[in-house]
Design a protein around this ligand. Structure first.
Ligand code: ADP
Ligand code: MG
Length: 355
C-alpha cells in the first residue's frame, strides 16, 4: 500500500536576521501516514512540530529531504498543483485563523474561492461542510466574535473539510479549549475520520489527548523524531529515555496515578542554534555513554514500525518494564476527556501497584 504522506529526511533551518546563526528547527525527520490513519506528533514547545506541519503544507520550504503525497513529490511549492485542496490545516487558535470582519459562511467557503469553484458549487459544499461539523445554517451570517471557542473551532474544521481533503494537519486543535469543548471537538474529528476516512497529523503537547486519538505516535525532541510507533505500544513501553521522561512528566489529575520511572532527565536543553554532534539528549540522559556524545544514534527498527534512535533502548526497556501504567493512563485520558461516563476503578489499581 502506498502511504498517503511520506516524509523522508526532512530538514528545516531558519536564518536569524542580522546574524549568521542558523536555527536548526527540524533535523532529519522521517515518517509516513496511511489513509485513514492518525499520527500523533508530540513534543515540548519548540521541538519543531509546527515547522514539520508547515513544511508538509508547503507554507515553508524544506531545507532538505523530501515530501511525497500519494507517491508524488511535493517537496517544493511549484510541484504542488495536484495536491491543492487535498491537504488542509486546522490551527490552535480558531479566532486567529478567522477574519473578525468576515461572516462565518464566507470564511468557510474561502478555500474554494482560491480553488476557483463556481458560486453554486461553493454553496452546496458549504452546506455539506457545516452539516458535517454540526453548525446550523443561521450561524453563517454571524461574525467569529459571536461564537464560542468551540463553535469557532467547528468553523475552522468546516473550512478545512470543505475541499474534501485526504489529510488534515491539526496543530494543537484543542489546546485553547475548555475540557467540554475539547471532548466535543475530539469526538467530531473521530466521527469525520470514521465517515470519510480522512488522515490526520495530530500535533499536540497534550499526551492524554494524543493517546486517545492516535493510531501511531511520533515523539519529537530538538527537531528529531527520537521514537515512533504504534501508539498503544509506545505509551505502554517507551524505549527512548526522552519518551520516558515526557510520559512521566504528564500531570494526571489523580495524584495516585504516578508514572513510575527510573529515568529522570536533568540539565538544560541544548540550543537549536548549537546542537551537539552526538545524541541531542546526551547532556541530560542518566544512561549516557561516551559513544552517545560522539555519534548520533541511527534509527533502529524494532519491528512493527517501532523506530528508535538510542544506543541503549534495550536497557531502557529493561529499566521500565511494562506495568499497567498504560491502561491506567488510557482510562484516565478517557475520564479527563469525558468521553466515557464510566468511572474506571483507579483507586484499586493504584493501591495494587503501590504494594
Ligand atoms: P513547536 O511547534 O514544537 O513548538 P516550532 O516548529 O514552532 O516548534 O519551532 C521549532 C524551533 O524553530 C524553535 O526553536 C523556534 O524558535 C524556531 N523557529 C520557528 N519558526 C521560526 C522562524 N520563522 N524563524 C526563526 N526560528 C523559528
Ligand atoms: Mg507549535
Amino acid at each position: 500500500m502506498t502511504a498517503l504522506l511520506e516524509v523522508s529526511g526532512l530538514y528545516k533551518s531558519f536564518t536569524i536576521s542580522g546574524s549568521r546563526a542558523l536555527v536548526q528547527a527540524v533535523n532529519g525527520v522521517s515518517f509516513a501516514i496511511q489513509p485513514g490513519e492518525t499520527l500523533g506528533l508530540v513534543g515540548e514547545s519548540g521541538s519543531g512540530k509546527t515547522t514539520v506541519g508547515r513544511c508538509i503544507l508547503g507554507l515553508l520550504d524544506a531545507t532538505d529531504g523530501s515530501i511525497r503525497f500519494r507517491g508524488q513529490d511535493i517537496t517544493l511549492g511549484g510541484r504542488r498543483s495536484k495536491s491543492r485542496g487535498k491537504m488542509q490545516l486546522v490551527f490552535q487558535e480558531p479566532a486567529e485563523s478567522l477574519d473578525p470582519r468576515q461572516r462565518i459562511g464566507r470564511s468557510i467557503e474561502e478555500p474554494l474561492v482560491a480553488l476557483k469553484f463556481a458560486s453554486n458549487e461553493r454553496q452546496d459544499r458549504l452546506l455539506e461542510s457545516i452539516g458535517l461539523v454540526g453548525l446550523s445554517e443561521d450561524m453563517l451570517n454571524l461574525y467569529p466574535a459571536e461564537l464560542s471557542a468551540g463553535q469557532q473551532q467547528r468553523v475552522g474544521i468546516a473550512r478545512a473539510m470543505i475541499t474534501r481533503p485526504e489529510l488534515v494537519v491539526l496543530d494543537e486543535p484543542t489546546s485553547a479549549l475548555d475540557p467540554t469543548a475539547r471532548a466535543e471537538i475530539i469526538e467530531l474529528l473521530q466521527r469525520i475520520q470514521g465517515e470519510l476516512g480522512t488522515s490526520y497529523l495530530f500535533i499536540s503537547h497534550d499526551l492524554s489527548t494524543v493517546r486517545f486519538v492516535s493510531h501511531r505516535v511520533a515523539v519529537m525532541y530538538l527537531g528529531m523524531i527520537v521514537e515512533q510507533g504504534d501508539a498503544a505500544k509506545v505509551f505502554a513501553q517507551p524505549v527512548h529515555p526522552y519518551s520516558v521522561g515526557l510520559l512521566s512528566a504528564v500531570l494526571l489529575p489523580n495524584p495516585k496515578l504516578k508514572y513510575e520511572t527510573a529515568i529522570n532527565l536533568q540539565g538544560e536543553i541544548p540550543s537549536p542554534i548549537n546542537l551537539p554532534k552526538g545524541c541531542f539528549l546526551a547532556s541530560r540522559c542518566p544512561l549516557v555513554l561516551q559513544r552517545c556524545r560522539d555519534e548520533m544514534p541511527p534509527p533502529e527498527n524494532l519491528g512493527g514500525g517501532h523506530i528508535v534512535h538510542c544506543f541503549r533502548h534495550q536497557e531502557v526497556a529493561a529499566l521500565d518494564p511494562t506495568t499497567d501504567t498504560f491502561t491506567r493512563f488510557q482510562e484516565e485520558a478517557k475520564r479527563i476527556l469525558g468521553v466515557f461516563p464510566v468511572e474506571p476503578q483507579l483507586d484499586s489499581a493504584a493501591a495494587q501497584s503501590e504494594n
